[in-house]
Design a protein around this ligand. Structure first.
Ligand code: DGT
Ligand code: CA
Ligand code: CA
Ligand code: ZN
Length: 586
């Protein structure tokens, strides 16, 4: 196991001990041990495990050292497995509700015998939670809302979660000898931020073995339909998946149809009708009663020539519309006049801002993050650890930030990495709109991301004024996760997004497209108009570990849905241009 995986096990042990109401000192030892471990490099951990010197690290006792060693060498820990088996599954379910941590869950179980979400909901409805010490009316209401959201959100999945499930299934389908072509369709292909179910489409002349493979593929827990040309399953992750099978000459029409969206399809069919054609998942044929028999025969002949979506769009006198744009929001008009944007692509991104290290709540060191950024081919990496008010994220004090600035200077000067590192901060926007660090300190940085992490309930006007005040600060370079939403977990706070966008444009401040699959904030629906009005975007992975850097790709998908081109995005620019742009802002 690597250090991040080991740390996750230690943290989970701490959580489970808290659920059981065990000794707080012991609990803290595991939590602190997990954090400490992550500040060490992988090499140091490996060396110390081999030499048996882990317990010489301050904060790692003998018992902890032994457990880390067991995890590092065997990848498992009996103590952890036994502990997990002793806890009712319902308690873990309750953990997924915002606002109820392990300590509170222990109290709920201890005092009211609650060990499932159903019992918790009933206790809230009876008003029994409000009466408990440490809870009250407000937290009872919040728990109820959390349970309701869980039901509402439960039917959908974040895009990235759906994608990792879908990829191996598509790869498996493509390997079957009977499968001539296969692709994703639906919201996954359109790169919606959340996905209801997966849609697969296959071209084949021999469907039976393909459906047989699909309903038996790994992860299937239930077969909900199994017909000749269609099958549906439920997967272990809770995701449902549809497979449709068509003869090869229908593939492109079906792919277009099942990619959607419905609104896009309606507009396309309308356009086809205006041309005397009837468009469906089966094909593009002359509509009944129109055209001569010769014309119809000619069109049927042409249909067999349609083997790509480019050709399909072209048959309706349209430029190819990328799936991300097929939302019925003006893409057909733009394709008709050949004014579709040259959408940003993964390969356009030259570097990424807003990333965390072990200095705050990240899981990898500055050097590890830089090496990972370089391995992704980036020319630059922006570090932006939390500021001092974000205590729960171990935000940096002034002194520690100055140390980090010096460490980054040293790293750049050493020439160990080709990838340049920018010194930044993710500076808290305080409840009154002031920033968490002084102007003098902020001026020492290459760039400043400002974000709201506290006092979410100020109301629309209060929050809008607060954020705009932060935007007006001359030290601010970019605004982080504008609404604070966590997809399928928490709605954003109330804020007048349009006003904030206008203020950012007026003050030449960037708004980030936070590329974390949990956030994708600012939402793609705002970007087209905002960019037209002059807003500059930065696609920021908000990475908290080396693997999180790759999330920039999810951000590129959202940017594409927002009609953004490379010119709208700071981090498509080469290093020297970015340096010049940032310097001009300081
Ligand atoms: P989802 O699964 O809720 O995230 O969204 P989609 O877009 O994947 O929807 P889904 O799985 O129900 O259907 C896939 C596509 O098939 C959809 O985007 C468009 C097409 N489609 C399905 N039903 C209809 C329909 O009744 N009318 C039209 N025009 N298209 C449909
Ligand atoms: Ca779907
Ligand atoms: Ca579907
Ligand atoms: Zn943040």
């Amino acid at each position: 196991m690597n250090k991040t995986e080991i740390a996750a096990v230690l943290t989970e042990i701490g959580t489970m001990m808290e659920l059981k109401g065990e000794n707080p000192f012991k609990i803290r030892a595991y939590q602190a041990g997990a954090r400490l471990l992550e500040t060490l490099s992988e090499e140091e951990i490996a060396t110390r495990v081999a030499a048996g010197t882990l317990d010489e690290v301050k904060g790692i006792g003998e018992a902890l050292a032994q457990k880390i060693t067991e995890l590092h060498t065997t990848g498992a820990l009996e103590f952890h497995a036994t502990l997990k088996a002793s806890i009712p599954a319902g308690l873990f379910d309750i953990l997924s509700i915002p606002g109820v941590g392990p300590k509170k869950i222990h109290a709920l179980r201890d005092q009211l015998g609650i060990d499932s979400i159903a019992k918790l909901q009933q206790a809230c409805l009876d008003g029994r939670i409000a009466e408990l010490a440490g809870f009250g009316d407000k937290s009872q209401e919040k728990i109820l809302e959390g349970i309701r959201n869980r039901e509402k959100y439960g039917r959908r999945h974040r895009w990235a979660d759906a994608f990792v499930v879908a990829e191996p299934i598509l790869a498996g389908l493509r390997q079957l000898p009977q499968v001539l072509r296969a692709d994703h369709a639906g919201s996954l292909r359109r790169r919606m931020e959340t996905v209801g179910d997966l849609d697969f489409l296959v071209a084949t002349n021999d469907p039976q073995p393909v459906t047989a493979w699909f309903v038996a593929c790994p992860g299937v827990v239930e077969i909900t339909a199994h017909g000749e040309t269609k099958a549906s399953v439920r997967l272990a992750s809770g995701i449902q998946a549809d497979l449709r099978l068509v003869p090869p000459e229908q593939f492109i029409f079906a792919l277009h149809h099942f990619t959607g969206s419905k609104d896009h399809n309606v507009a396309m069919r309308h356009r086809a009708l205006q041309r005397g054609l009837s468009m469906s998942e089966w094909g593009l044929v002359p509509s009944a009663g129109e055209g001569t028999a010769k014309e119809k025969a000619e069109l049927r002949g042409r249909q067999t020539e349609i083997t790509s979506e480019e050709q399909l769009f072209s048959a309706l006198d349209l430029a190819f519309i990328p799936p991300e744009l097929r939302e019925g929001l003006g893409e057909i008009e733009a394709a008709e006049s050949n004014t579709l944007p040259r959408l940003v692509e993964v390969g356009d991104i030259r570097g990424v801002f807003h990333n965390h290290t072990t200095a705050s709540d990240g899981h990898n060191t500055l050097e590890e993050m830089t090496a990972a950024a370089q391995a992704l081919g980036f020319d630059y990496l922006g570090i932006a650890d939390h500021s001092k008010s974000s205590v729960q994220a171990r935000g940096l004090t002034e002194e520690r930030l100055r140390e980090q600035i010096a460490a980054i200077k040293k790293l750049n000067a050493a020439g160990q990495f080709r990838c340049h590192v920018f010194s930044g901060t993710e500076c808290d926007i305080l409840p009154d709109g002031r920033l968490d660090f002084s102007d003098e300190l902020l001026a020492e940085l290459d760039y400043v991301v400002v974000s709201v992490h506290s006092a979410f309930n100020q109301g629309r006007d209060g929050m809008t004024a607060r954020i705009i005040r932060a935007i007006e600060n001359p030290q601010t370079t970019m605004l982080g996760h504008l609404t604070g939403r966590l997809l399928l977990e928490r709605e954003g706070y109330e804020v007048d997004t349009e006003k904030v966008i206008a203020a950012a444009i007026a003050h030449n401040v960037i708004i980030e497209l936070n590329a974390s699959p949990w956030r994708l904030d600012l939402d793609w629906r705002f970007w087209r108009q905002a960019a037209e009005r002059g807003l500059l975007c930065s696609i920021n992975p908000d990475a908290h570990r080396t693997t999180g850097l790759a999330d920039f790709r999810v951000g590129v998908s959202a940017a594409r849905k927002g009609w953004l081109t490379p010119a709208h995005i700071l981090n498509t620019r080469p290093l020297t241009e970015v340096q010049r742009w940032l310097a001009a802002r300081r």
